[in-house]
Structures are given as C-alpha cells and as structure tokens.
Design a protein around this ligand. Structure first.
Ligand code: ADP
Ligand code: ZN
Ligand code: ZN
Length: 757
C-alpha cells in the first residue's frame, strides 16, 4: 500500500504544510486530486490529496500516522491541469496550497458530518456526506435483454414508439433523462411499457442534460465588418490549429466585440471543445448572456456570484461532464472544472472586479492565462480601454493585437462637451447640474429619448463637517468620514456599516455650525427630478442590495417608465440601451484625484465607458462631462475616446516610476488592534528585506513604508502598508516565504495590488 500527502481544507492562512495519512486497503484507488476526510487536530476535516507517498520505512513512524477516514465523490476533483494551476497560484500569490485548492471547490468546503448512534444513543461512527445535494432525475438505460432484442429486430413488438425509443437508448451507452426522452415524444407510458418488459432499467440519476446533440452554428443575419472578419479569422485559425495564442481584442464601445466572441465560441464548439467566458458582473452583462443563449441555447451554463452552493455544484458538474459546453461566469468561474476546455474569453478585461480583494488576492486574468497555457488553448481579452499592462504586451507582440476601430451600425461616436463647473459658479448656478446638462436633458426627454447621469460617489459622498474648525465627522471604528444619506436619517460608515446620529455640535470645538458637504446620488436625484418632465430612477449600492436588483432597475429603465437613470459607476457599464442619447458625468475629475498610480487609467476607462453608453441606437448621442479641471488631458482624451494617445503618456509615466509593466509590485498590509504592533510587524519585514539587499542576496528594490493605509483603521484594526517595487518580484516572494513571515499572524501579502492605497 501507500500513503497520501494531504492539504488540509481549513480557512487558516498559515498552514503551509501538507500532512501524510495512511491509506486503508479499501481506498487503494486514491491518488492526487481526490478529496478526502481526515482527522486533524482533534477535528475531522476535508483534505485534498496532493500526491501519493511511500509508506515510512520505520514501523513506529507509520504507526503514528492516522488513516484517511473517507473519500468524497466518485472521482478526483482535481485533474492534472487544475492541480498544476492551484500549485502555481499558491506560489505566485503567496498562499498555501490548501488555500489555493479550496478556490476550486464550490462552497469552499464540501462535507457534512453526521453522527450514527446505536439504540442506546452511544456514538458508533460518523458518516460524511457531500454537502452538495445533487439534483436527480428519473432516467432510463437499455438492458442486456433490450440490446439482444434490438439485435433480433424487435421480435413480436408492435408499438412504433417503443421500438424507436429502444433504438435511441441502444445507441447510447448511459442513462438518458426521462425529460430528454419526453422531449423526443417518448413519454412515461412508453418508457414504463419497456421497463415492464425488462428491456430498459430505470433509476434516479444525476443527469443534467444529454450531450448527444451536436452543435450547429445558427444562421446569423449580421454581416461582419472587415475588422470583425479579420479578428474572427485569426482567432478561429488558432482554435483550429490548437495553438495557444492570446489575443487582445481592442474595440471601441459599440464596435461589435460580442459578435466576434460568438463566432469564436461557435468555432470552438464545432471542434468539440468547451468555452469559458468571464464577465465582470452578470447583472451588468445580461444582454451579452442573452445573446449567447440565443445562439447556443441550453449549452450555456451561467455562474453568477449569487448562486447557492448547490446550484454552483450543479453548474460545475455540467462543465466537468461535458453536459454544458459554455460557461459564462464572474471571477470565480475561472476555477471551474472542464471536460475539454478549448477557448477562454475575458470580456472587459480591464475591470477591477477580476481581482479578488481578499486572500488569496488572485487576478482571474492571470489564472486564465495559466489555465490556457496548461490546456494549450487560446485566450481572448476584450476591452475598449485595455489594462495598460495588457496593451503593452500587445504592443510588444506578446499578444496578438486585434482592433475594431469603427461602430458597424452607421452611428458615429457621441459628441462630447466638457463643462467647466467654475464657470457655472461664476454665473451663479449653484446646482450640481450645469446649465448645459439641464437644457440638454430637458430637450432629450422632450424628444422621447433617455438620459443617464453618472455620479462617482467615491469622491463625492455627502459628509458632515464643522464650519468653524473643519473637523469632519468620522467613524469611531474606521478612520473614514461618515456618509449622510438622506434627510432625517443617521450617518453611516461605508466600511463597517455602523450608523451614528448627526451630532448637534462639533465633537472637537463644540461649535453648532455643522454643515453637509458634497453631493450624493440621492441629492442629485432630487435636483434632476425637479426638471420639467424628468422621471428619475436611481441605481447605486443602496438601491441594488437585493438579488438581481441591477437587472430589474435596468429593465424598468428600458421599459421607458423612467426617462433618466442616475447612479454610481455601475450605470456606466456594459448595457446597450438604444434610446439613450444623452450621458452626463457630474464629477469627471473625482476619480482622477485618488492617490493611486492607476487613478488615471481608471478615470479614463470610466469616462470612456460612460460616454460609450450614449447613442448606441440609430440616433446620435451627446455627452456632457462636468469638471472643475477642464484643462485636464485625460478628460480631453476620454472625450475623444483616444485610448492610444492616453496609453502612450501613461506608459511613459509608468516607465519613469517603475510601475507595472516595468516593475512588479507587492503590497504588504499589517493589521492589529494595537497601532504600535501593526507598525512594528511592518517595520520588521522592511528591515529583513533591506538586510538581504545589503548582503547582496536580493537585487536592489524600492521599499516604501510602513505608512498608514489610506483608511488607517477599519473595524478597530490599525492598518499599515509597505509597498515593494522590484524588477523581478519572484526572488523577493521566495525570500519572504522561507522566512518567519510566511506564517506571521496579521500580515497579508497582496501580489500585483490593484491599488497602492
Ligand atoms: P461592444 O461589445 O463592442 O461594445 P456590441 O457587440 O454590443 O459592441 O455591438 C454593438 C451593436 O452593434 C449591437 O447592437 C450589435 O448587434 C451590433 N453589431 C455588431 N456587429 C455588427 C455588424 N457586423 N453589423 C451590424 N450590426 C452589428
Ligand atoms: Zn468644530
Ligand atoms: Zn466604520
């Protein structure tokens, strides 16, 4: 026999070891990738088999080993490729193998323990059950007798239906769901008759859909533009030749990227492959999902973040067994198992939601690239405003650069007006809406068209400040200003959710002159509603907390019941509403002023996306960008949708300061109730790395900090950051992972941080 090395599935960040267990004879099939139940530290937990290992020579050592108690599932969960991806992920993102492996398991942990007791209530043993409840369905399979019967040409059988049902089952070597048989006209009476004759067996089976129907690409009435056709040709040739190639599909908003995804997907399916398509958020990409469903019907499985654990389990099962051919999902879908993956698409690849903001801080694009490399399939990265790093790789020829520079349906890019809000103040307009935006909106709704107003809350929430001493009212637990939502309500902390009543005098100087500053969406909503015939609908985090609220709000808006939609970032993205001809951005400069190296990139992309919402139908669009910084180059370039000029300047800046793609970054964060402790841990890491550089054991690098995080305290924990920039981060990561810091409590590593603040 043999032993197995097991990674323990516990949500603990510092178990980096794998543990060896003895394998009882009944589990002699165990190998890498299986999920098992093992005793661990007086608990019984799930573990992942990382490899088989030899039985220890020393009998006394072996005696001390504990046994694998149970095995979960009827096949290994991880195939070679998934295991390799998990191993890579753990090393790259500085987390344990168990932590990276649990990303691949729906619901993170998959066993439920049940105590089995005897009549006297004495504990006999535990049974383990998979937490995922598979949905089963009545299914039929042909029996040996049935096969003989077909071979002998149905002696004495009359019923035509029974014959053809038997023929279908005879050409199929598995159970077929009763629903699929019924779809073909063989209802339960036919099947029961066959069953009574002993020609078929029935059983409850986990069958989600039969995969015997081959895919045929639907006729499409859209004639591709030359640019689209060229993109499709290049991608399809990589698919046919099974070549691992990464494409940047850079197309302005409305240029028809989806049409390219559809054709590439059809090609992959024709080649018998499966397709994974990642989207930033399902609710915001409902239209795209619908288009896939209209092309590919039931072959499409969708995994959004609100699926229950069981639903997710079913989706994963469909992909693994090949019962579904296309998976459209958010970030976490990048960990789905596949039977035969042949293409990965990442739509809006620049979106921040692809990066997980908690441990392990993986980026789905990186993981997708790794999987594509391991299964040798192509990867399409689509965006109007690519991530600067992606763009740079395309410029360097590392990715194949495909461009869509025109909108296929005659409509031109919208007209953009930049309004200087300082001029509005001079003209005694104190509204948050410029005169131009007001009159354009009134005109738009009078024409029976619709408008979208974007207000980026981040820079513009309503906060409460003392007029005499300038003190703002902050949360006691988190060092951030509290946000005032609407009249008569308490102030709320956006980090911990606590509410506080509005004080009647300043906590610092005692003054009673407390004033509200800034403009939240609710306030802007009220100002819009006051305009003639404007009917406003609001979409922000407060209005979308319920399930599918995004979609419902967008549907309401599309239905025409409202003519104006106001909201935060989420109104800027994805959707395509032909009747929207006006887009207003209330504080175009607010995203620019964040102290972060990617602020310009984010602002440019947000403004471009927002502007891209206007004029997507037959009618021309207009955009109003309101700003206090009308000369700002980035705003001007976004107005022109001139990504390339923007990217050129941005790449130059990044090069000057060794930001990615010219250097790699690692952010360390320490958290502690005690401020000095948080600082001291951070400082200790800095000294450790500096010493290694001094001893020539590491290349020189830039180490900044420790400095307090932008929000220096959250839920009573003080936060310090250290930011490391290095040409090659791998040796730095290794040095940290062989040190005491690997398992240091309260210390977190964020590789390729999305932001440095
Ligand atoms: P993107 O994803 O690049 O923003 P979409 O794929 O949503 O753009 O396409 C924008 C609109 O153009 C859609 O309504 C789509 O049906 C239409 N479209 C795309 N390609 C063509 C084409 N070749 N001919 C006509 N219409 C097209
Ligand atoms: Zn005061
Ligand atoms: Zn708080």
């Amino acid at each position: 026999m043999f032993c197995v090395d097991v990674a323990i599935n516990l949500p603990v960040k510092n178990i980096f070891k794998v543990y060896t267990y003895d394998v009882p004879a009944e589990f002699d099939y165990l190998d890498e990738g299986w999920r098992v139940v093992v005793p661990f530290a007086r608990q019984t937990v799930e573990g992942f088999v990382v490899r088989r290992s030899a039985v220890p020579q020393d009998a006394s050592v072996r005696e001390k080993l504990k046994n694998v108690e149970a095995v979960i599932g009827d096949r290994p969960w991880f195939d070679k490729e998934m295991l390799a991806t998990a191993t890579w992920l753990g090393e790259y993102y500085m987390c344990s193998l168990a932590e990276s492996m649990r990303l691949f398991v729906p619901g993170k942990c998959s066993i439920k323990r049940q105590a089995i007791r005897d009549a006297n209530g004495k504990l006999l043993r535990y049974e383990y059950e998979e937490r995922l409840k598979a949905k089963t369905i009545l299914a039929y399979a042909i029996t040996e007798k049935g096969r003989e019967y077909v071979k002998d040409n149905f002696p004495g059988m009359r019923g035509y239906k029974q014959k053809s049902a038997l023929q279908i089952l005879n050409s199929f070597d598995d159970y077929m769901a009763s629903t699929d048989l019924a779809d073909q006209g063989y209802d339960s009476s036919v099947m029961r008759a066959l069953s009574n004759k002993g020609l078929v067996n029935s059983a409850q089976k986990r069958i989600l859909r039969n995969s015997y129907d081959r895919f045929v690409a639907p006729e499409s009435n859209v004639e591709l533009t030359d640019e689209q056709q060229n993109a499709v040709n290049k991608i399809n040739s990589a698919i046919i030749n099974k070549k691992q190639e990464t494409f940047l599909l850079q197309g302005i908003t409305g240029s028809g990227k989806t049409e390219v995804y559809l054709r590439a997907t059809a090609k992959a399916l024709e080649e018998g492959k499966q397709v994974l398509m990642l989207v930033p958020e399902i609710a915001l990409t409902a239209q795209l999902v619908q288009r896939f469903q209209s092309w590919f019907g039931k072959s499409v499985a969708v995994a959004h973040s609100k699926l229950s654990q069981n639903e997710r389990g079913d989706v994963w099962y469909k992909m693994r067994t090949g019962n579904a051919r296309i998976l459209i999902g958010v970030r976490s879908a990048v960990f789905a198992p596949f039977e035969n993956l042949g293409l990965i698409i990442i739509d809006e690849e620049h979106e921040g939601s692809y990066k997980q903001d908690e441990r392990p801080n993986y980026h789905a694009r990186n993981v997708a690239e790794k999987r594509a490399e391991l299964v040798n399939c192509s990867l399409i990265l689509g965006s109007a405003t690519p991530d600067i790093t992606t763009y740079y790789k395309a410029l360097k020829g590392q990715y194949t650069h495909l461009r869509l520079t025109k909108r296929p349906i005659g409509n031109k890019l919208p007209n953009v007006e930049i309004v200087d809000m300082r001029d509005e103040l001079k003209a005694k307009n104190f509204s948050v809406l410029s005169r131009s935006l007001q009159s354009k909106l009134v005109q738009t709704v009078a024409n029976g068209e619709q408008g979208i107003v974007l207000l980026n809350r981040r820079g513009y929430s309503t906060f409460v400040m003392c007029r005499d001493c300038g003190e703002s009212i902050t949360c006691d637990h988190c060092a951030v200003a509290l946000v005032y939502h609407s009249h008569g309500e308490d102030m709320r902390c956006h980090y911990c959710g606590n509410t506080h009543p509005i004080p009647s005098f300043c906590p610092k100087c005692g003054s009673r002159r407390i004033k509200f500053f800034g403009t939240g969406t609710q306030k802007a909503e009220a100002e819009l509603a006051a305009l003639p015939d404007v009917k406003v609908l609001r979409m922000d985090q407060d209005s979308t907390s319920s399930k599918f609220a995004h979609e419902e709000i967008l549907d309401e808006f599309k239905s025409g019941k409202y003519n104006t939609l106001i909201g935060t970032q989420m109104v800027a993205k994805g959707h395509d509403i032909p009747n929207v001809t006006l887009v207003g951005v209330l504080a175009a400069d607010s995203v620019l002023n964040l102290p972060d190296y990617r602020a310009s990139e984010r602002a440019f992309s947000l403004l471009t996306q927002a502007a891209g919402r206007a004029g997507r139908g037959e009618k021309a669009g207009q955009v109003v960008l309101q700003t206090y910084d009308a000369d700002n180059e980035i705003i001007k370039l976004a107005a022109k949708q001139d990504y390339d000029t923007f990217a050129k300047t941005e790449i130059y800046n990044r090069k000057t300061f060794y930001y990615p793609p010219f250097g790699q970054m690692l952010k360390l964060t320490t958290l502690d109730k005690n401020q000095d402790t948080a600082y001291a841990i951070a400082q200790k890491v800095v000294l450790y790395l500096q010493k290694l550089v001094f001893e020539n054991k590491l290349e020189p690098m830039v180490i900044s900090g420790p400095f307090p995080a932008l929000v220096s305290k959250v839920r009573d924990l003080y936060r310090y950051n250290v930011l490391i920039k290095a040409k090659d981060m791998e040796p730095v990561k290794k040095a940290l992972m062989i040190s005491e810091f690997q398992t240091q409590a309260n210390l977190y590593f964020d590789v390729d941080p999305a932001s440095v603040i």
